[in-house]
Design a protein around this ligand. Structure first.
Ligand code: TRP
Length: 339
């Protein structure tokens, strides 16, 4: 029997500093599962989206350092850079090249409707640059270059995936089948981890109160302290329910770290108070992050190795990216050189 072709998965993350527990449980853990445990089903491409990051003004040294750090984080998750394509976006020039072409197949109106563009331009009225506006087109190029079947994304990026699909369909409609039209990949356990101090808000590293989020590099005692000071309620009973946002959030975290269902967690803590529960959550988070932290600390001190992996990743990515770019340019009508 003919073996079914593996599905292609692509995702990317901007190099914006140390990820939080929310980023880890909401995205990275799934990236790792898809790349390792489900390697029979998926070929994974993961990128550090450094080109996207310059829509905000950054110090050159910070961009450089954060890019290497994020790359180290991806490898520290346990994603094997030989079996998967783990690369840095700016090392593969086809991203910018395809983005230009796709800009010409994207309407000003549809790009204007992107809520992230509207939010970001309101937040930074002093720097509403054209890059910020065409940001979703670059993201479309990232995805379409690899003919991705699935794109694991959070809620905030769903609209960008929609426009990617629209651009792909439009181009295919004009020139015939060129791009795979990608599907969003939403995990069953699509964890949305909330702030420990205000469980109505998403956990974010830009939270003014550092007790609201856990950074992947927090020390064990800091993790425990932050979990212990998490906001709960006065009922002192561990179950998932309405009006219990704080406990719901801790249950979500505990469930993601241990694989236990909410029912199992409820019976585990039946008759016990929040103190015991929080200690268990804290320890589960510490155990979960320990190997990532250790591996990150090892890798970040081995720049030569990281650069070597990035070079290999870029080479593997280019192989696929060049193929799609060539095909696209030919269809549009760019003059091809004889070889
Ligand atoms: N825009 C995404 C974010 O900020 C990052 C990103 C860039 C991305 N290119 C992508 C995500 C392609 C998925 C696919 O989170």
């Amino acid at each position: 029997m003919e073996q079914e072709k593996k599905k292609i998965v692509l995702s990317a993350v901007q190099p914006t500093g140390t990820p939080t527990l929310g980023n880890y449980l909401g995205a990275f853990k799934n990236w790792k599962i898809m790349a390792n445990d489900m390697a029979q089903e998926y070929d994974c491409f993961y990128a550090v989206a450094d080109l996207h990051s310059i829509t905000v003004r950054l110090q050159p040294a910070d961009l450089r350092r954060q890019t290497l750090e994020m790359y180290a984080f991806l490898l520290a998750l346990g994603i094997d850079p030989e079996k998967n394509v783990v690369f840095i976006q700016s090392h593969v020039p086809e991203h910018a090249q395809l983005a230009w072409i796709l800009n010409c197949y994207t309407q000003f109106g549809e790009a204007s409707r992107m809520t992230q563009f509207k939010d970001k331009s309101e937040k930074h009225p002093e720097n509403v640059n054209v890059g910020l506006f065409s940001y979703p087109v670059l993201m479309a190029a990232d995805i379409l270059l690899y003919q991705a079947d699935y794109v694991p994304v959070g809620d905030d990026q769903k609209q960008h995936l929609e426009i990617t699909r629209d651009i792909a369909e439009r181009f295919n409609g004009i020139y015939g089948n060129t791009f795979k039209v990608p599907e969003p990949f939403i995990h069953k356990a699509g964890a949305r981890i909330m702030s420990l101090q205000d469980p109505a808000k998403k956990m974010s590293k830009s939270d003014a109160n550092p007790k609201g989020f856990i950074s992947l590099l927090d020390d064990d005692n800091v993790i425990l302290k932050k979990i212990k000071s998490a906001v709960t309620d006065s009922e002192a009973k561990v179950y998932y329910g309405e009006g219990k946002d704080g406990i719901n959030n801790l249950m979500e975290i505990y469930s993601c770290c241990t694989g236990k269902s909410f029912d199992e967690i409820e019976s585990e803590f039946d008759g016990k108070g929040y103190g015991d529960f929080k200690t268990a959550v804290g320890e589960a988070v510490i155990d979960e992050l320990k190997p990532v932290k250790a591996e990150y600390n090892r890798l970040i001190n081995d720049k030569a190795y990281l650069l070597q992996c990035a070079a290999t990743g870029a080479e593997m990515a280019s192989h696929f990216a060049q193929r799609t770019l060539k095909k696209t340019m030919k269809k549009v009508g760019f003059l091809q050189l004889e070889k």
